[in-house]
Ligand binder design. Structure first.
Ligand SMILES: [Zn+2]
Length: 507
């Protein structure tokens, strides 16, 4: 996932030149970049992860094989150490053979043969929303159009009790559209539950019959109502029929299999620091994916990037002063569960964390990095990314974001660097059947390996860490400064922050 829920966007940072730290030496960064651009197992590793192993949902055999892939690939890349760290996801979930058939009635001239009221049925191409409950087969359930699913729309639709509500959507084109898609669902679910609907049918936000896996569950809990995603073309057909006065009924069966807690694991490899081995930089990406496609853009390519960044640094001969940890997180798609577990379990050593770099947006060209609301790191970061100007990586955004694995490190006060990337082909294939190896821009991915490896080495080599670990009060001030509080409240994260359930503890 990367929903790029930008909590605040201040535009491109224009540097007020007040460099307070000595200029970093970029010679080593350039050596690392050269090593990254050489031929490597990057493509082979990615192909194995996507074509051979395929989609990787925690709790499946494929996910176990992906963890083994990570361990093996890191070892082959020359890691000083590799291990896994387990954590738990509250429920397992997998889709059965979800089926939906729609029936409508229309009139044919009664004086003709076969005239009168005619029933016609068509198959609706459909998948269950992830971590939504199962629905035992139901027949001939009325479908009601609730428009965009606002409160006014629901009111207009009237009685929805026992019915399937059809929700309109817009075609996904920008990062903001994706954010809007995620933000839209919770209030729709509230209204559907309140009105005692049988199930929700969301229209797909992609054209051409593309289906994709979506979840509205925040952290691996089972949602409140059965929900399906219907192919846009079928959804629009039902909507047009209803709009022109035809009744539409559906048969629907969602035999999802739901079980108890899942054991999942992050894969952690290290290049040990030559001078300050107990201080560390993290380079991370999530290894898990949805399973309709093979999780190539989201996020197999960047898992392979993390492995290859380790290889490139080793191959360059550069010996970073601080340790660099390369982490393949799991459970990201279920709500950042692996990175949250890691940040929680390593809370006591995060004073020694010198930065967290995350890639999670396919292979659209990197334009820069979002720095988690940290104005204090901007001037040094500007110098650190100077060697990346050859790849047009130039922008630093002092915003706080939700939606990928830096999040819980940011809430722990650690400086974070999330790669900002162009949309490219990411959104049309997002979580979809079409997210496969052929969509990956391999030459671009190699440049991203170079960026991540170079930035990691520079952060590891700075005389002093790029910024301190912020206190609870400082983080909260950053949330206020970046106007993030409302967004955190809307996501239900604010309460966890205030109660101390999530993020940096008060002193
Ligand atoms: Zn992702």
């Amino acid at each position: 996932m990367r929903t790029v829920k930008t909590l605040f966007f201040a535009g491109i940072f224009s540097l007020i030149s007040l460099a307070t730290t000595p200029s970093p030496d970029t010679t080593e960064a350039n050596r690392v970049i050269q090593a990254a651009l050489q031929t490597s197992p990057l493509e082979t590793n990615l192909q194995r992860l996507t074509d051979e192993i395929g989609g990787r949902v925690p709790g499946t055999l494929a996910m176990q094989h992906a963890v083994a892939w990570g361990t093996q690939a890191f070892t082959a890349a020359g890691a000083n150490s590799v291990h896994t760290e387990g954590f738990t996801i509250p429920y397992s979930w997998s889709e059965g053979a979800t089926e939906m058939n729609a029936t409508t009635a229309y009139q044919v001239d009664a004086t003709k043969v076969g005239g009168g009221t005619v029933l016609s049925s068509f198959r609706v191409r459909v998948v269950s929303v992830a971590w939504a409950p199962a629905l035992a087969s139901v027949k001939h359930v009325p479908v009601v159009d609730v428009g965009e699913g606002t409160e006014a729309d629901f009111k207009k639709a009237g009685d929805i009790s026992g019915k399937i509500v059809l929700v309109h959507t817009v075609v996904l084109k920008t990062w903001d559209d994706l954010f809007a898609e995620y933000a839209k669902a919770p209030p729709v679910i509230d209204l559907a539950v309140k009105g005692k609907a049988k199930a929700i049918a969301f229209m797909a936000t992609r054209d051409h019959d593309i289906l994709y896996r979506h979840t509205n569950s925040a952290a691996g809990e089972i949602d409140r109502l059965p929900m399906v995603l219907v192919a846009r073309e079928d959804g629009e057909r039902m909507a047009r029929l209803l709009a022109s006065g035809n009744l539409v009924w559906a048969d629907l069966s969602i035999p999802n299999q739901i079980g108890g807690p899942i054991k999942a694991a992050n894969v952690v490899a290290e290049i040990r620091g030559s001078e300050k081995p107990d201080e560390f930089v993290i380079v991370g990406a999530h290894l898990d994916s949805w399973e309709l496609g093979t999780g190539a853009l989201d996020n197999g390519c960047n898992a392979a990037l993390v492995v290859d960044a380790l290889r490139a640094i080793k191959a360059s001969g550069v010996k970073p002063r601080r340790t660099i940890r390369f982490i393949l997180f799991s459970g990201e798609e279920q709500g950042l569960i692996g990175s949250r577990a890691y940040a929680f379990n390593h809370r006591n050593e995060l004073d020694k964390a010198a930065g967290v770099i995350i890639y999670d947006s396919g292979t659209g060209k990197t334009t820069g990095f979002s720095v988690g609301g940290r104005n204090d790191v901007l001037s040094t970061a500007k110098e650190l990314i100077a060697p990346l100007a050859q790849f047009d990586v130039k922008e630093l955004k002092p915003d706080m974001e939700w939606g990928t694995d830096h999040f819980d490190f940011m809430l722990e006060g650690v400086p974070t660097f999330v790669a900002d990337q162009q949309e490219a082909n990411y959104l049309e294939n997002y979580h979809a059947v079409s997210d496969t190896y052929d969509k990956v821009d391999l030459p671009q991915l190699r440049k991203h390996v170079a960026e991540a490896a170079a930035l990691a080495v520079e952060l590891a080599d700075l005389p002093e860490k790029i910024g301190p670990r912020l206190t609870h009060e400082q983080i909260e001030q950053t949330m206020r400064d970046t106007h993030s509080v409302e967004m955190l409240k809307a996501d239900g994260i604010w309460d966890d922050w205030v109660s101390g359930k999530r993020g940096r503890q008060k002193n």
